[in-house]
Each structure stands twice: as structure tokens, then as C-alpha cells.
Design a binder for this molecule. Structure first.
Ligand code: AMP
Length: 119
């Protein structure tokens, strides 16, 4: 699996490498899903690729299959958490959109009534 350069390593790389603990709910060769440390809803899970793509806008054609896989894993972890028919999938892309960890991640959020539009 491709490793980030040390300067690019984020806290999520350390979770992938099991250097720091996380509440992991799903793992396969391509991705990992774990509970968000500051949940904004009863269910708040992050799905991340093991490949260190910083932002969604940094993904390329080569990542097409991986991005599809992340969506299906999001479905799966939502179903496993009992919210398969009502959840929100969020990607914050870039600082201006409140991205704080620069390793691509999908937020899977649910377990309460969600409002629209988000803030
Ligand atoms: P974003 O603002 O979209 O980059 O989201 C980053 C998310 O990562 C936030 O919801 C944080 O609460 C979450 N987070 C940061 N560090 C950890 C950690 N060590 N374990 C689990 N979630 C984390």
C-alpha cells in the first residue's frame, strides 16, 4: 500500500498503521472505517482510503474504483450501525469547507433527525 511522505502523514495515517488507537468498525485492503472522536450525531463514522489522498479534489481517474468502494463501504457501515435507510454522507473538501484532516474521509452521519440545508 502506498505510504505518505512523512511530512504529509496525518493522524489518519497513524490510525491506519495502528500507531494510535481508534474505534474501528470495518477494515479491508483498501479502506478503514472508525468512529469519529467528536461525534455530531448518535452515529458518526469516518470511512477513509488507505491510499493517502489528501482531498477529494486530489483524486484522479486512477481512483475511480476506490471511490466507488468507499461509497459502498459507507452503505455497509451505515447498515451495520442500524441507519441504513437514513444517513448523510459528507466530504469536506479543503480548508474553506472546514476540512481539518488532510486525508480524504467520508463522514457517515445519522441516528437522529437531520436538518437540511446544513450550516
Ligand atoms: P474534517 O473536519 O472533515 O476534516 O473532519 C475530521 C474529523 O476527524 C472530525 O470530525 C474529527 O472529530 C475527526 N477526528 C480527528 N481526530 C480523530 C481521531 N483520532 N479519531 C477519530 N476521529 C478523529
Amino acid at each position: 500500500m502506498q505510504k505518505p511522505a512523512p511530512a504529509d502523514a496525518t493522524i489518519f495515517s497513524k490510525i491506519i498503521d495502528k500507531e494510535i488507537p481508534a474505534n474501528i468498525v470495518y477494515e479491508d485492503d483498501l479502506c478503514l472505517a472508525f468512529k469519529d472522536i467528536h461525534p455530531c450525531a448518535p452515529v458518526h463514522i469516518l470511512v477513509i482510503p488507505k491510499k493517502p489522498i489528501p482531498r477529494l479534489c486530489d483524486a484522479s481517474e486512477d481512483d475511480k474504483v476506490l471511490l466507488g468502494h468507499l461509497n459502498l463501504v459507507a452503505n455497509q457501515v451505515a447498515a451495520d450501525a442500524g441507519i441504513g435507510d437514513a444517513f448523510r454522507l459528507v466530504v469536506n473538501n479543503g480548508e474553506g469547507a472546514c476540512q481539518s484532516v488532510f486525508h480524504l474521509h467520508y463522514h457517515v452521519i445519522g441516528g437522529r433527525t437531520l436538518q437540511w440545508p446544513p450550516g
